[in-house]
Design a binder for this molecule. Structure first.
Ligand SMILES: N[C@@H](CCC(=O)N[C@@H](CS)C(=O)NCC(=O)O)C(=O)O
Length: 211
């Protein structure tokens, strides 16, 4: 499989963890999201993903898949072991809800594109952009913290999609200096996950395009 990725992309980071957990070998195709205004905006990449975002997974069939949660579902359906969602429908919905807090409610507001728009089009100072970033992470993490059931992972004793979404968001929050003192469960889940080799190999600094 081929993964279009950027070392700091948290959405790509989720997929890298899933590929590692499933033991799937893949080739990384780095797409620099910052250099020259973003190589994701070049026509060559737009032809791969009209949305001009990473991650993109090219399946063995040659089919091109976008959107990290859809890619993770595809990987879970084609490589069922280890499963990334609980069997029980209620527990599945709860795991998905945690994943969605990060992937649907926190991350879209703090992504490279919107932050760049705030800076260039809305002419906001860096301090205002940082305050925006912190606000949405803190609000989302407060809900996550209340709902997580660490044991030691987000939903108990096995890793789920919720963990795949949480760990990259924590990584970015630390990079952007968001204080995590109010979130002891999140910090403990992150520590349990990052101790696993599949998570460690997916870390931004362990990617071929790391800077
Ligand atoms: N919902 C998408 C989000 C993908 C996404 O926004 N990726 C970011 C990197 S984390 C990106 O490529 N941003 C480029 C841009 O906004 O210009 C997913 O889960 O895959």
């Amino acid at each position: 499989m081929k993964l279009y990725s950027y070392f700091r992309s948290s959405a790509a980071y989720r997929v890298r963890i899933a590929l590692n957990l499933k033991g799937i070998a893949y080739e990384t195709v780095p797409i620099h999201l910052v250099r020259d205004g973003g190589h994701n905006r070049l026509p060559e990449f737009r032809a791969v993903n009209p949305q001009m975002r990473v991650p993109v997974l090219v399946a063995p069939s040659g089919d091109v898949l976008i959107q990290s949660l859809a890619i993770i579902d595809y990987l879970d359906e084609t490589h069922p072991e280890p499963p990334l969602l609980p069997k029980d429908p209620i527990a599945r919905a709860q795991a998905r809800a945690l994943a969605h807090i990060v992937a649907c409610d926190i991350h879209p507001l703090n992504n490279v594109g919107p932050l760049r728009y705030l800076k260039r089009e809305m002419r906001q100072e860096q301090s205002a952009i940082d305050a925006w970033y912190h606000h949405w992470v803190l609000e989302g993490f407060a809900a996550f913290e209340a709902l997580a059931k660490p044991g030691p992972y987000c939903c108990g004793s096995t890793v789920t999609t919720a963990d795949l979404c949480l760990v990259p968001q924590v990584y970015n929050a630390r990079r952007l200096k968001v204080p995590l003192d109010a979130f002891p469960k999140i910090v403990a889940i992150d520590a349990a996950c990052t101790a696993l080799p599949a998570f460690d190999r997916a870390r931004p600094e362990n990617q071929p395009d790391a800077e």
